[in-house]
Design a protein around this ligand. Structure first.
Ligand SMILES: Nc1nc2c(ncn2[C@@H]2O[C@H](COP(=O)(O)OP(=O)(O)O)[C@@H](O)[C@H]2O)c(=O)[nH]1
Ligand SMILES: [Mg+2]
Length: 423
């Protein structure tokens, strides 16, 4: 795992394809990532040209970058194992690409065992093809009859695969625990709402604003890595809101796969709050929303969405409304809000209330047993009791989550067909 040292320097490089219109945001985002990983950026170098198969970018640009004497060259474009090898070999330069950079940030933020395993898995998934490549290069140069060549890489590749399998098993256990936790929470009557969206959109700030939690929110990408969950009440319903890792453009698929157990907080939620920064230039907001929807799709989200157009305090009201119209196609059920200023939060809570599945009403008959009584007192916590009638039996009318009522019905209630009477 890579430690973040103070005083690291880097030069950023990006190759743009000639056919595409220039993009001012990608380099800016790369710079934000580099800073978040602890680098001071000495220079930003762009080149418009076709891909160079040896170095990705032109030799002259690499020489120009090295004239600043940086600790590292950081490429926006993904580098093939060959390109990494060539640049290291030819220029004796340390070089990484945007994926490595994101992994460095993740590594520095990973504080739980789960996050650490996820980061390690992502790194190994990234490294495995590089080692395999080194292996095949060695094999190509191998003399017939000379046994030994590539043996080191061979065993390393083998070790990497073994370690990846072990981590996957461990993470599968974590995921199963997550599933169990979610079903317990549902039995307790909670609705599970997850925050999702582009990094730096204001998810953690929104969690704090809605629940009074003290989650760290910072103006830099990927401050939050591990999920944090807090309770709140919306229209009499008990809701658990979970904040977790943010999305970013061109997120490699292996990274999403490695973070599956964390992302299942989003994919398995009852409702997802998709947070976007409405103060971004419209074109950028659109791009980030597209990236977020793609990530939600990759995570397998099927829950209903509410879009929070956050940081509305930075715009005039008319302008914010205009932007809301502009991205209507990418922003289902939009609410303009300001997590830091508090505007729009009541409207947001209302919108969440409307989009959560309506609670059903149930009528259940209970015997006067001590078990039934203790279950009934539990229901005071987990559901909304509408009416209790004391006759030969206890007749309880309540509104709540199916999972919360199911336990009662399974356990102690003398429950006729049709006891569930209201919808
Ligand atoms: N002006 C303004 N800034 C905000 C708002 N919400 C969040 N921010 C700022 O945006 C930055 C990123 O916020 P954070 O909650 O860490 O984003 P996350 O990466 O989505 O969790 C921080 O500097 C916040 O103070 C808002 O409603 N208005
Ligand atoms: Mg955050």
């Amino acid at each position: 795992m890579i430690a973040i040292h103070d005083g690291k320097t880097a030069v950023l490089l990006m190759r743009e394809s000639p056919g595409r219109s220039p993009d001012q945001y990608k380099m800016k985002e790369l710079k934000g990532l580099a800073k978040a990983a602890g680098y001071s950026v000495l220079a930003e170098i762009k080149q418009r040209r076709g891909r160079d198969h040896r170095f990705q970018i032109g030799r002259g640009k690499i020489e120009e970058a090295l004239s600043y004497c940086p600790d590292k060259l950081i490429f926006y474009n993904p580098l093939s194992p060959n390109q990494v090898f060539n640049i290291r070999n030819e220029f004796s330069a340390r070089v990484i690409d945007r994926f490595n950079l994101i992994l460095e940030i993740f590594a520095s933020r990973a504080s739980t065992r789960e996050a650490k395993l996820q980061v390690e898995l992502a790194r190994l998934s990234y490294d495995a093809p590089h080692v395999r490549n080194a292996l095949s290069m060695k094999k190509k140069g191998e003399q017939p009859g000379f046994r030994g060549a590539g043996a080191y890489e061979q065993s390393m590749y083998h070790d990497i695969r073994g370690r990846m399998a072990k981590i996957r098993t461990a993470l599968q256990e974590v995921e199963t625990m997550g599933e169990e936790r979610r079903s317990r929470r549902r039995e307790l009557g909670f609705d599970l709402v997850a925050l999702a969206g582009y990094t730096n959109a204001g998810k953690s700030t929104l969690l704090n604003a809605l629940t009074g939690a003290g989650v760290v929110a910072r103006d830099q990408p990927f401050t939050t890595l591990s999920p944090t969950t807090r309770a709140l009440e919306i229209e009499g319903r008990r809701v658990l809101l979970t904040d977790t890792v943010g999305f970013i453009d061109d997120l490699p698929h292996f990274l999403i796969r490695a973070f599956r157990s964390t992302l299942s907080e989003i994919s398995q939620a009852d409702l997802v709050l998709l947070v976007a920064d409405v103060s971004d230039p419209p074109e950028l907001m659109r791009r980030k929303l597209v990236a977020s929807h793609k990530a939600l799709w990759d995570c397998g989200v099927t829950a209903p969405l509410v879009t929070v157009l956050n940081k509305a305090d930075r715009l005039r009201r008319g302008e914010a409304k205009e932007r809301q119209e502009l991205i209507r196609d990418l922003a289902p059920h939009p609410v303009l809000a300001s997590a830091s200023g508090g505007q729009g939060l009541l409207e947001l809570a209302e919108s969440i209330g409307q989009r959560l599945r309506p609670r059903r009403e149930y009528q259940i008959r209970l015997p006067y047993s001590s078990k039934a009584m203790s279950e009934l007192s539990r229901l005071y916590e987990t559901a909304e009791l509408l009416d209790v009638r004391y006759g030969e039996e206890l007749v309880v009318r309540l509104r709540g989550r199916e999972e919360a009522v199911a336990r009662l019905k399974d356990g102690v209630a003398a429950c006729d067909e049709g006891d569930t009477i209201f919808d």
